[in-house]
Design a protein around this ligand. Structure first.
Ligand SMILES: *Cc1c(COP(=O)(O)O)cnc(C)c1O
Length: 385
C-alpha cells in the first residue's frame, strides 16, 4: 500500500474527549480546537472534519501557512484564528478569507489597517496582552496606543478577542506567575473597557489553564493537547485525580486518539556472540530471534530509543535492540510466539490489553508528549477508525 506504517485516529475517543471537556467548561465557553503543528501530528485534514462532525466551529493555528491548509478543508461557517505568525503580505489573504489573527505590535496593527482600507473590509483581530510570559503581546503603554489607533480607525477592525497566554499553567511551580498573569490581564482589561471599543471575546486558557484555573476559561478556551486525549503533563492528571477524590473515582476521562502501527518486515535467528545491526551496541548472549520493523528515525522514531525503546507485537512488549536506523529498527522476539513477516507492530497504541502510550516513549527521550506528536511525519497515512 506504499507506506511502511500507519496512523489511526479513533473517532470515538475524540468524541469522548470533546464531550468531557465541553461539559467541564460549560455551554457558554466557545471551544477552539488548536490544530497547530499539523494538529499535534494527527493531521489537519483529518482532525478538522472530525471536530466539525462533533460540533466544533472554531479552530486555532499558529501561522498563516497552517491557516491556508485548514482553509482547504474547513466548513464555510467555521472560524479560523492565527495565534502567531502572519506576514504583512499574508494579511490581505486573511481578511479576504475571514481569518482572524493576533496583533501584538503596532506595525501589525498598521499593516492590518492598511490592508483593510485597501480591501474595503475590516480585519478581524485579537489583541494580545503582555501579562508576564514575555513572548509576544502589548504592554500597558502599547495597549493604550493600540486602543487609540483602533478608535481612530474603527472601520478597519472587528476586535474578535482580547487574549493572553500563560507561561506554564501545567506546573504548580509556576502557580504564582500564572496568578500574577491573571491579575495583570484583569487590570489591562480595565483599559480596554474604558476605551469603549467593542470586542467579542475574552480568551486566555490552554488545556492546562482551563483545567487547573477554571476562572481562565472566560468566553473561549483554546484546547490543544487535551482534545487529543493527553494531559499536558502528569501533574495536571494528578490535579484531576485529587479533584475527583471525593467521588472515589480516578478514572482517566481522556482517551488517546492516536495509534501508530506497522508490520514486521522480516524475522531472523541470530547465533550467540553476534552484534546486531550497525556497530557494537548490542551483543547477543544466546541464540536470539529478531524482527525488523520498517520504521526508523526518518519516520519520527527517535534514534535515542536505540537499545531502549519498546513496541508491541502479539500483545507483548518487545525491546528495540541495537541502533535505530534511518528507515528501520530491530526488535527482540525470542520469547514471543508466532511472530512472522506481516505480524502487526504497535508503536503507539494498545495490543492485547497492553498500552504503549505517547508518554512512554516521550519520557525515554526526554521529550514532551507535544514534541513527540508534532514531529510525526506528515506523509505517514492517517486513517479514521
Ligand atoms: C498551543 C497553544 C494553545 C494550546 O495549548 P495546549 O496546552 O495544547 O492546550 C493555546 N494557546 C496558545 C497561544 C498556544 O500557542
Amino acid at each position: 500500500m506504499f507506506h511502511t506504517s500507519l496512523i489511526e485516529l479513533d473517532q470515538n475517543a475524540y468524541k469522548q474527549n470533546l464531550d468531557y471537556l465541553r461539559d467541564k467548561f460549560g455551554p457558554d465557553t466557545v471551544f477552539s480546537s488548536v490544530i497547530k503543528g499539523n494538529a499535534y501530528g494527527h493531521g489537519i485534514e483529518h482532525m478538522v472534519p472530525m471536530a466539525e462532525a462533533n460540533g466544533v466551529r472554531h479552530f486555532s493555528v499558529f501561522s498563516a501557512d497552517e491557516a491556508l491548509r485548514a482553509r482547504q478543508v474547513i466548513r464555510e461557517n467555521s472560524e479560523l484564528m492565527v495565534m502567531g505568525m502572519i506576514d504583512d503580505h499574508e494579511i490581505e489573504w486573511a481578511i479576504e478569507q475571514d481569518v482572524s489573527f493576533y496583533v501584538f505590535e503596532h506595525e501589525r496593527l498598521q499593516a492590518a489597517a492598511k490592508a483593510a482600507a485597501k480591501m474595503g473590509r475590516p480585519a478581524r483581530i485579537h489583541i494580545e496582552l503582555e501579562t508576564g510570559m514575555y513572548r509576544t503581546g502589548f504592554d500597558k503603554d502599547g495597549l493604550s496606543q493600540a486602543l487609540d489607533f483602533i478608535a481612530r480607525n474603527q472601520a478597519c477592525f472587528i476586535v474578535e478577542g482580547i487574549c493572553t497566554h500563560f507561561a506554564g499553567a501545567e506546573s504548580v511551580s509556576n502557580y504564582l506567575r500564572v496568578k500574577n498573569q491573571i491579575k495583570a490581564y484583569n487590570k489591562m482589561m480595565k483599559l480596554v473597557e474604558r476605551s469603549s471599543i467593542p470586542y467579542k471575546k475574552c480568551h486566555t486558557a490552554c488545556s492546562a489553564a482551563a483545567i487547573r484555573y477554571p476562572k481562565t476559561t472566560m468566553d473561549m478556551v483554546r484546547i490543544g493537547i487535551a482534545q487529543y486525549g493527553l494531559w499536558p503533563n502528569r501533574e495536571t492528571f494528578m490535579h484531576h485525580v485529587v479533584e475527583k477524590n471525593g467521588e472515589g473515582l480516578a478514572e482517566n476521562p481522556l482517551k488517546r486518539v492516536i495509534s501508530w502501527k506497522s508490520k514486521v518486515m522480516s524475522t531472523k535467528k541470530v547465533p550467540p556472540n553476534r552484534f546486531i545491526g550497525y556497530g557494537t551496541s548490542y551483543l547477543t548472549n544466546e541464540e536470539t530471534h529478531i524482527a525488523t520493523v520498517p520504521v526508523g528515525y526518518t519516520h519520527g522514531f527517535n534514534r535515542s530509543l536505540s537499545n531502549l525503546g519498546r513496541v508491541l507485537i502479539n500483545g507483548k512488549r518487545v525491546p528495540v535492540i541495537g541502533l535505530v536506523n534511518m528507515n528501520m529498527m530491530m526488535v527482540e522476539i525470542t520469547t514471543v510466539d508466532g511472530v512472522k513477516k506481516g505480524s502487526d507492530v504497535t508503536i503507539i497504541g494498545n495490543d492485547g490489553g497492553i498500552d504503549m502510550t505517547v508518554g512512554s516513549f516521550s519520557e525515554l527521550t526526554n521529550r514532551l508528549n507535544y514534541e513527540t506528536l508534532a514531529r510525526l511525519p506528515h506523509d505517514i497515512p492517517r486513517v479514521i477508525v
